[in-house]
Ligand binder design. Structure first.
Ligand code: PMP
Length: 310
């Protein structure tokens, strides 16, 4: 991922504040036991309209509430609240380019320690500039991680909790240490799950295949959008995927808010297809970007308009 520069402002404590004013004490649940849940969503800059369009804002707000529910972090945050906060921050920052937004709910105290039974939920949200990654064009090398993806009975992947990223961090760091760009994790049953930040798709003999939601993956919003786009053209199988199916695939690609549609050019040093991003991957990328950048012309109902920047 590109190095993101520190923004001047952040949304915290009910409004836009200087970046350095967003603080928590070290003796809080979020620091001690990673009690937080978060979302990552994008705003695509549409220059003709001088505004951003946020992708799947409603779905991200819903998943944030669902993650909070399972982890018992009290919140009443709605999609409208999120839109209002985003609009205020985007106006203050004035970035005339694509952005990545990371709304986060966290516990200052409560629900775990014996010291207190009351919960005290905090909310913060940074918005970063988010230039296009080189790997969108060149693709990534990957390895199957020796770390397994946590399961619904341990640290449920359906929930986007900061604590889950400890599992994914181990896999990422192992891949990096071994000279790969990214790790693909298997689940407890030894089937393909996902990477530390994206869903996995493969194309084999004209069929597109992706793991099921109950295969220890995040209920990814981009995964569903990609399935919808693909089904306009090909059949998509949603089922358990074996590791060796990846080795034998004609194309493999990853989908996620941050990585968008990123080609995979090798798995465990097995070249995928010709070792270059494949034709279907390229077509899905085009279709995905066309929708994300369609602004007022959005035909899929994915987009919510941000404020017009002067
Ligand atoms: N899996 C994991 C573990 C992730 O962190 C992400 C990024 N949120 C994804 C998949 C992709 O999810 P989405 O398409 O909703 O961004």
């Amino acid at each position: 991922m590109s190095q993101l520069s520190t923004p001047e402002f952040i949304w915290t404590n009910g409004g836009v504040r200087p970046w350095n004013d967003a603080r928590v004490h070290v003796w809080t649940e979020v620091v001690l036991r990673a009690a937080s849940v978060f979302e990552g969503l994008r705003g695509y800059w549409v220059p003709e309209e001088s505004r951003h369009y946020f992708v799947h804002l409603e779905e991200h707000a819903r998943r944030l509430r669902e993650s909070a529910k399972v982890t018992r972090i009290p919140t009443e945050l709605t999609a409208d609240d999120l839109h209002k906060a985003l609009s205020e921050l985007v106006l203050a920052l004035g970035y005339r380019e694509d952005v990545y937004c990371r709304p986060t709910l966290y516990l200052e105290k409560g629900r775990y320690t014996t010291a207190t039974s009351a919960s005290d939920t905090g909310f913060f949200m940074p918005v970063f500039q988010s230039p296009r990654e080189k790997s969108i064009d060149t693709g990534l090398t990957t390895q199957i991680s020796s770390w397994r993806r946590s399961g619904d009975d341990t640290a449920p992947p359906r929930v986007k909790a900061a604590a889950n990223y400890y599992n994914l961090r181990l896999a990422r760091l192992e891949a990096e240490a071994n000279g790969f760009d990214e790790a693909i994790l298997l689940n407890g049953a030894g089937k393909v799950a996902e990477t530390g930040g994206a869903s996995v798709f493969l194309v084999r003999q004209g069929r597109v295949i992706t793991p099921k939601l109950s295969d220890s993956i995040l209920e990814s919003i981009t995964r569903q959008s990609t399935i919808d786009l693909l089904r306009e053209e090909v059949k998509v199988e949603v089922r358990e995927v074996d590791r060796t199916e990846l080795y034998l695939a004609d194309e493999v690609f990853l989908t996620g808010t941050l990585c968008e549609i990123t080609p995979v050019v090798s798995v465990d040093r097995f070249e995928i297809g010709s070792g270059q991003p494949g034709p279907l991957t390229r077509r899905v990328q085009e279709a995905y970007y066309a929708t994300c950048r369609s602004g007022v012309g959005d035909e899929h109902g994915w987009l919510t308009a941000g404020p017009v920047l002067a």
